[in-house]
Design a binder for this molecule. Sequence first.
Ligand code: FES
Ligand code: MG
Length: 571
Amino acid sequence: MDQKPLRSRAWFGRKGKDGFIYRAWMKNQGIPDHEFNGKPVIGICNTWSELTPCNAHFRELAESVKRGILEAGGFPVEFPVMSLGETLMKPTAMLYRNLASMDVEESIRANPIDGVVLLCGCDKTTPSLVMGACSVNIPTIVVSGGPMLTGNHRGSSIGTSDVWRYHDDVRVGKVLEEELVTIEAAMCRSRGHCAVMGTASSMACMVEALGLSLPGNAAIPAADSRRKVLAQLSGSRIVEMVKEDLKLSDILKREAFENAIRVNAAIGGSTNFVIHLLAIAGRIGVPLELKDFDPLSAGIPLIANLQPSGQYFMEDLFYAGGLPVVLKALDHLLHRDSITVNGKTIAENYANAESYNKDVISTTDAPFSTATGLAILTGNLCENGAVIKPSAASAHLMQHTGKAVVFEDIEDFKTRIDTPELDVDENSVLVLKNVGPKGYPGMPEVGNMGIPIKLLEKGVKDMVRISDGRMSGTGFGTVVLHVSPEAAAGGNFAVIKTGDLITLDVPNRTLNVDLTEDEFARRKQQYEPLSPVANRGYVKLYIDHVQQAHLGADMDFLTGGSGSEVVRDSH
Ligand code: FES
Ligand code: MG
């Protein structure tokens, strides 16, 4: 097979002044010419940051990747990109997903890189890196950082989903604020990302289901030495991928996206998966719409028994055989011939998988719940759609009509939710506006808003809640999310008022409010949107250009890609 000339030769293989400049400064790192000149140059795109605790072990992981690259005859170059820490960034890491993706895209394109390894962990670091890489489209492999070991507090296993439970326990006085300090340490007891099937784990499963990682990538705990082995093997493999010219667009076909959607439903994956997958599809040019998720997810039961939909943790998934077992259980539903980064089909990769613990990974014949992981709603409350996760919701609320209790923004919610005067009961529908992409801005994870304290005290555990925001992948409850158009975009959702009668009907996939078109029109005439919170900088760019949730909340000008070629030189 004739090999395509290496992309890096357009730098290091040049004659005269340009080649001199491109090579000379590499040599100040103590690298001999033969090390990098003429070998596949592999970028290691690192989201290491001590402000992204889930990714804080990535410098070590990068060393394993380097060993693999060197072993296979490539030359590794590690470079940093903007890292997004879910827990520390205000107002939400999601505001910066698109910014980080721009950093990734331009860093790859501008540099002499033949292939790239993406080191991803915490929620937004996976989609931002994959989105950016898709817009360049050179050979790419993903190495996830791995989940934390299961937390343990007083003999009970705990993980991130317990944050929400402890929060309610503190509010009603069942747990003291001081005890939280002990619980925090017990929960986050090792390196790695959230140990439940939250967004980070859903993203790790997504990349494996898409075929972008070596098999087994999703579940190996960060602290397990086999995580480093996988990183090293990925380093070796990317060198081969460069030789084969196996690019993202060769792997990310429509079939791969359909596989990922089915897998996400079966694992009870995060609702954030929807937004990120739509954005990735937009970058690589695969047609995918919000409405596609529903038929592809419908009828797929929960076969991975992991929190928040189920009981266990990512460590248990690993011991039970990992994601390949889930894929094999879905064999009859998957596109078996989808090609993956190791050059094999997805079906070849899971051929020998077997469940070592049927309490953790079952089959579609004996699922843990028949409620699917994802449903897409439409109706006059969400003209362009909304999302709910039935597997993590309450069966008795799947068809429910109740009076809206509307909060205009997050401050309004925080001020009034626990006041005795709030006119609310367990049949009410809590509505939170202005937490969408433009409105907040950045679409934070506040959709699983807390239940009013007076109802918690009565033992109410769940209520229908609706917002234009997102929910943490670790969250649960009968929570309708991603209402599009968001309130700040002035659709029907913007003019819902307290007392309006809202009907959620998940079996029929509808979300409606009992208002006439005339009433909507009348209210919209009087409606005044809140003024935007920023008039400069990145946040202004974001507010001006971010698309609605049903389009993946990418910026309009970032859709698609610009390829890997840069014709002009710098000197
Ligand atoms: Fe990083 Fe949950 S906070 S994965
Ligand atoms: Mg999150």
